[in-house]
Write a new protein. Structure first.
Length: 203
C-alpha cells in the first residue's frame, strides 16, 4: 500500500484524480491511501436528494459519484481516500466498509472513546452522534472515495443539511469530546488502526 499525505487539496481535483487512477490501474497496480483535507464543501452522493440540503449558506454543493447522500467536508476533518483492488483482496464492498468502520472504532478506542457502527446507517458513532462518514464507489473491482473523520472542525455546517440524509442527526468531533490532538497525530493514529484492519483482510 502506498500512502500519500496530500494536505489541503481541491475536492473536484481529488475526485478527478481518483477516477483517472481507477480507470488506468491494472492487476499489478499498488493500492493507495490518500490522506487529505478539503476547504468547506457539501458533497452529494449518487442518490443524493436536494431536499437534504436545507440551506447551503454560500458553501458550494458538488454532486459526486460516491454512494450515500449529502455530507460536509472542511478543514480539521481527516479524509482518507481508499483506492483498493477489492477483487485482488477477495473481499466485497460490505467487508471493505466494515474494515473502514472498524479502523475508526479502533482508533477511537485507543483514545478511550467507545464508538460503534450502525447496520442501518454506515459510519461511526459516539453516543448516537456521528463522528465519521463513509462513501465508496466500485469500478472494475476496485474502490475509491473513502471516509472522513471529524477531528477539530467547525461543525455548524452540518446543521445546514440532513447529514447523510438523516434529519436531526447530531455530529461530533474529537475536540468536542475533549481530545485535543492535531492533524499529524490523528493521521498517525488512524494509519496504525487502518493497517491492522487491512492486514486482517489480506491474511
Amino acid at each position: 500500500m502506498i500512502i500519500k499525505d496530500l494536505g489541503l487539496v481541491d475536492y473536484q481535483a481529488s475526485c478527478d484524480a481518483m477516477q483517472t487512477f481507477t480507470a488506468q490501474r491494472d492487476e499489478l497496480t499498488q493500492d493507495e491511501l490518500w490522506l487529505v483535507e478539503h476547504s468547506p464543501i457539501f458533497t452529494q452522493g449518487l442518490n443524493g436528494k436536494d431536499e437534504h440540503v436545507l440551506d447551503a449558506r454560500m458553501i458550494p454543493v458538488v454532486k459526486t459519484d460516491r454512494g450515500g447522500q449529502v455530507t460536509y467536508h472542511g478543514p480539521g476533518q481527516l479524509i482518507a481516500y481508499t483506492l483498493f483492488d477489492l477483487k485482488r483482496m477477495n473481499i466485497g464492498i460490505r467487508e471493505m466498509v466494515s474494515r473502514m468502520e472498524n479502523s475508526v472504532i479502533t482508533m477511537l478506542d485507543e483514545l478511550g472513546i467507545k464508538a460503534h457502527s450502525r447496520a442501518d446507517a454506515p459510519g461511526v458513532y459516539v453516543d448516537g452522534r456521528k463522528i465519521a462518514s463513509l462513501g465508496l464507489r466500485v469500478k472494475r473491482g476496485a474502490c475509491y472515495h473513502g471516509l472522513s473523520i471529524n477531528i477539530a472542525m467547525d461543525l455548524s455546517p452540518f446543521s445546514y443539511i440532513n447529514p447523510c440524509g438523516y434529519q436531526g442527526m447530531e455530529v461530533i468531533d474529537l475536540k468536542s469530546l475533549g481530545h485535543e490532538i492535531d492533524m499529524p497525530q490523528a493521521k498517525q493514529k488512524f494509519l496504525s488502526a487502518f493497517n491492522t484492519q487491512m492486514f486482517k483482510v489480506i491474511e
